[in-house]
Structures are given as structure tokens and as C-alpha cells.
Design a protein around this ligand. Structure first.
Ligand code: GLA
Length: 379
């Protein structure tokens, strides 16, 4: 019996939030939280997919697949199976078992990891010859068509192209990917899971995207030679903002500010690589922390994708000694706070803060250590 095991990670994003569908450069990394899949051949014509953590399974024949009514994880499975482009029809039957330690709805891209790992496994198993870039696009298309979330490409790229101890600079226009190290010296990144997921997350995400597409149409009417948001120069910004309604103008202000912050943080990360010790690194870490804080404020007040629980955490963490900065991370409306703090900052330092959060919101936040890890791989 042929078997294949695949690991597919979730991701963090240092900076460039909501920039992947806004012509930006984003700075994500795959992390040490992942899906594990086992693919094996099956006799007969039934496909059997098992979600081990949920104790759920789904059996289908190839002809049933298109007409099947699905929800939850099955939407992703259905999408990947239908979009991957099997070379023989029907493909040989298959048994897939998977489990995951990526918290669901925490903004760590568990859905992208599911789609990328499944697509990568099918590609290997059936020798379909697709590239990682094609698999990323396919995983994104699955979310667009089978769950209705018009996501960008950041999560899929991070999951498929991640490298151990590296972040990626993913150019969302050219699709160029450059990996780079982030030597934090005496500091570290970690996550605090707010354990909150508001149900407007998906509709509001699509609404943000639509409002930025509207802003872009206005921009090219005004400046026909504009190629992307990156080209907005000098007083073009004010001219354009004054043409937009108040809400769209706030959204665009966030995007233009974040594009600039990403550039600055790219310089900062280069500066960090030249530091030979912690005291040289300190001013850069302080600056990096401030950019994280600024991004949080932009996401909170201008792009309006945060929520009170994340704002509580962000404010409380950034007041603690040893924390350089923190921001909500991912699509928003819940999920995780990304924190940059000194190495000796531990969960016990944050204990009373976490308790206060629990007493206010009736749910205990989770501390998640983060290691930058390799992308989807056979193991
Ligand atoms: C979600 C989407 C990504 C990206 C982020 C926000 O994770 O799937 O494409 O837009 O939100 O940066």
C-alpha cells in the first residue's frame, strides 16, 4: 500500500496586514503549528477523508463529489479535489486522514494550511506535476469559490514557501518571494490567542476588499497612469482622499500608511542583521515595536477590523515592562495578538493581565510560543 505523510504549517505575519490584496509587500512566516496528513491508497471507488480531531469522516465517490452538499472542513476538501486537475477521471480512490494543532479561527491560517497540505499531498500522490506557486493559487481559489472568502495570497505563500528561522517578503504584485532572517537578539515574538472569533469576520473581510477595489477604481479615474497603490506620490494622496467618502478614505489611509511602514520595517530588519550585540539591537527593537503598535492603531481606528478583546490585550501588553510592541494579527475581528518582547518576558509576568482578561470576557487567553518554520513538506 502506498502511503504519504505531509505537514502543512499555519503562519504569522510581522507586518503588512490586509496588504496582500492591496498591492503590498507582506512579511509572513510559517510557524511550528501545522496540519499532519496521511494519504494512502484504497481499493474500490470510494474516497474516505477523516478529520481525526473532530472525529468526523466523509465518504464519496468521484461522481458524487460535484453535487455533494458540504460545510465546514468538507468545503475545502471538495474545492481542492475539484480544482486540482486530476489527469485521469475518475482518479484512483484514496484515504486521507488529517489532524491539526493550529487553533481554528485564531488568525493563524488553519484553512490555508488545510488547503495547501491537501493540495500538496494530492499533487505528490498522483504525480500531477504542479509547482508550489500553482498550489498556492489553487488553495486561494478554493477559499474564494468554496467558502466565499475573497482572501489574498499571503497565507498560502507562507504555508507553502516558509523556511526555518526566516520570514518571507512576498511581493503581492510580482509574486516574488525573498526569505530573510530576523535576528531579534535578546527579544522574541509570541502570540496571545484572544479565543474570540466574531461571526462578521468573513463578510467584513469581503466588504473591506470591495471598498478598496472601489477606491482603486476612483484612483485610476483620477490618475490614469497609476500602476498600484505603491505609486501614489506627493499630493496625489490628499487629492484622492478628498474624492472618497469618509469610510473609504479611512480604509485607504490605513493601506497607504501600512505600505510605508512595511518599507521601514524592511530596512529595520536589515539593520538588525548588522547588530553585533543586544545593546546595538535595542533601538531597532524599540522602533520595530512602535511600528507594530502603529499598525494596531491603524487596524483598530482606520481599517476597523479589530475588536474590543484584542484592543484590551494590545493595550494591556504594551504597558508591561519588557514589551516592545504588539498588534492584532491576521484578518481580524478576533484571533491573535502578535507580541514583540524581551526574552525574559514570560507567561508568569503576564498572569494578572490574562486573569483580568478572563474576568472581563469570560474566556482565558492562550500564550502561544512561535518558531519560524519550514513550509509544507513530506515527513
Ligand atoms: C486573512 C487573509 C489573508 C490576508 C489577511 C490579512 O488571513 O486570508 O489573505 O488578507 O487576512 O492580512
Amino acid at each position: 500500500m502506498k502511503t504519504l505523510k505531509i505537514k502543512a504549517p499555519g503562519r504569522i505575519n510581522l507586518l503588512g496586514e490586509h496588504l496582500d490584496y492591496n498591492h503590498g509587500i507582506v512579511l509572513p512566516a510559517a510557524i511550528n503549528r501545522y496540519f499532519e496528513f496521511e494519504f494512502s491508497t484504497l481499493e474500490g471507488s470510494l474516497f474516505l477523508i477523516e478529520a481525526l480531531d473532530l472525529n468526523e469522516k466523509w465518504e464519496f465517490t468521484w461522481t458524487e463529489l460535484t453535487d455533494s452538499t458540504t460545510n465546514g472542513w468538507m468545503n475545502y476538501v471538495k474545492g481542492v479535489f475539484l480544482l486540482i486537475g486530476f489527469t485521469s477521471h475518475p482518479p484512483k480512490a484514496l484515504h486521507v486522514r488529517f489532524k491539526s494543532n493550529i487553533p481554528i479561527g485564531a488568525g493563524l491560517s488553519s484553512s490555508a494550511a488545510l488547503c495547501c497540505g491537501l493540495a500538496f499531498g494530492l499533487n505528490e500522490f498522483y504525480q500531477l506535476g504542479k509547482t508550489r506557486h500553482e498550489l498556492a493559487l489553487l488553495a486561494q481559489q478554493t477559499e474564494h469559490e468554496f467558502t466565499g472568502v475573497k482572501c489574498g495570497l499571503m497565507d498560502q505563500v507562507a504555508s507553502l514557501f516558509g523556511q526555518a528561522n526566516h520570514l518571507l517578503a512576498f511581493d503581492c504584485i510580482s509574486h516574488e518571494i525573498n526569505s530573510f532572517e530576523l535576528p531579534l537578539h535578546s527579544a522574541k515574538l509570541f502570540l496571545i490567542d484572544s479565543k474570540i472569533k466574531h461571526n462578521l469576520a468573513e463578510s467584513a473581510y469581503n466588504e473591506r476588499r470591495a471598498s478598496m477595489e472601489y477606491a482603486w477604481l476612483q484612483a485610476i479615474i483620477l490618475f490614469p497612469n497609476l500602476k498600484s497603490w505603491r505609486d501614489i506620490k506627493g499630493d496625489q494622496k490628499q487629492q484622492l482622499l478628498s474624492k472618497l467618502d469618509r469610510i473609504t478614505s479611512k480604509r485607504l489611509t490605513y493601506v497607504l500608511d501600512e505600505l510605508v511602514r512595511v518599507q521601514k520595517v524592511q530596512h529595520l530588519t536589515k539593520d538588525l542583521t548588522t547588530c553585533s550585540n543586544s545593546s546595538e539591537a535595542e533601538p531597532h527593537l524599540i522602533a520595530l515595536g512602535q511600528y507594530l503598535n502603529q499598525t494596531h492603531l491603524g487596524l483598530r481606528d482606520l481599517y476597523e477590523v479589530s475588536c474590543q478583546e484584542l484592543n484590551f490585550l494590545q493595550q494591556a501588553f504594551t504597558q508591561l515592562s519588557g514589551v516592545y510592541g504588539a498588534r492584532m494579527m491576521g484578518g481580524g475581528f478576533g484571533g491573535c495578538l502578535l507580541v514583540l518582547a524581551s526574552n525574559d518576558f514570560t507567561a508568569s509576568v503576564a498572569q494578572s493581565l490574562m486573569m483580568e482578561y478572563f474576568l472581563t470576557y469570560d474566556v482565558y487567553p492562550a500564550w502561544i510560543d512561535v518558531q519560524l518554520s519550514v513550509g509544507v513538506e513530506v515527513f
